[in-house]
Design a protein around this ligand. Sequence first.
Ligand SMILES: NC(=O)c1ccc[n+]([C@@H]2O[C@H](COP(=O)([O-])OP(=O)(O)OC[C@H]3O[C@@H](n4cnc5c(N)ncnc54)[C@H](O)[C@@H]3O)[C@@H](O)[C@H]2O)c1
Length: 390
Amino acid sequence: MTTIQRTPLKLAVIGVGARSYIAQNAVTSGAGAIVAVADPSEAALERARASYGDGVRLFRGHRELIASDQMVDAAFVTSPDHTHAEIAIDLLRAGIAVYLEKPLAIALADADAILQAAAESGTKLYVGHNMRHMEVVRIMRDIIRRGDIGEVKAVWCRHFVGNGGDYYFKDWHAERAKANGLLLQKGAHDIDIIHWLAGGYTTQVTGMGDLAVYGGIDDRRDNSDRTMPDWFSHDNWPPLSQTELNPVIDVEDISMITMRLDNGVLASYQQCHFTPDYWRNYTVIGTEGRLENFGDSEGGVVRVWNRRTDYEPRGDVEYRVHGDSGGHGDADALTVAEFVDFVRDGAATETSPIAARNAVATAVAATESLRDGARPRSVPPVAEHVARLL
Ligand SMILES: NC(=O)c1ccc[n+]([C@@H]2O[C@H](COP(=O)([O-])OP(=O)(O)OC[C@H]3O[C@@H](n4cnc5c(N)ncnc54)[C@H](O)[C@@H]3O)[C@@H](O)[C@H]2O)c1
């Protein structure tokens, strides 16, 4: 058997912070080499030099990189959410394929502008909704696709963001100007999965939320000289004992939304950033049964009930979750592999820029609702002429 050797992709990383390690998956698999990074922070450029060696070219911003003579096939955009639109649009117009971290953008107009740039330029856009590759999600989707619980009528997701204080309240994530809100920043993942499991997109949404805990902590610090792993610790408990929070905190730490989808499915999503435990619990209810996950990584299970019973904790069928121990490392590797195949061969993807846009549209509308007395909001669909081109 002959093995076809392919030239490694020339890769850039835009934003060398906590998440930039995702790009390493392409290096480990042999698919690519990181040849350039762009980041305005000197500390980040030093991190890049330490991680990628002296051979990597350092730029203070993506525009310097685009204007340079450095050849790049694809870029991983792992910069803060409010920078996604400008960076992605410039890269797409420059013909550089983009792996854009979720959320696509922090405003609907920006999300639509990114899709428009991808459609007009014909450059490949991939949005890193890695949860679509988590095994717990694949198991749930397979159960639904097989018809084991009948026709889906409701999807409920409770999201216990136990690491919320460390992950989201010590840097830019805590600021509306940079993240809009955590329903978008964190919830974009689950709204996308709710849409995927339900087979539809939200048309109407209502939200309620509050800054119930972290707003009361006065101990603040500008942490822009370091990244999240520097301060992360399970010892930071209980939440009110947290210190060194971001100087500005104007996002919610608890929120609840209800959604009506275009196929009639009703859904809800609850997110809390001060629980002791960190995981997601989905239940999907169909016309012939119900599923629910317990744990969302290695050691977790998905149970299905499809007979009438009273309380029966074990369910009728149980599926074990493998992989993603302690996070979403396996999903990250699969997501990057899918991106590489998409860039090289135009292969089909499980993730979708239109779905990513619809997660943003729903989360933005939900956030508006929760900041406006829970008044319902309509969620506009993507423009047809753009959808046709993507
Ligand atoms: N899919 C996932 O599971 C997942 C997980 C974590 C983070 N993320 C996403 O990854 C992105 C980065 O998050 P993070 O936690 O690594 O943030 P971070 O703050 O740790 O790192 C961001 C980096 O971007 C740099 N930066 C700021 N402005 C820039 C600009 N204009 N151009 C280039 N670089 C710029 C910062 O200096 C910093 O080095 C976010 O969009 C986040 O939502 C996704």
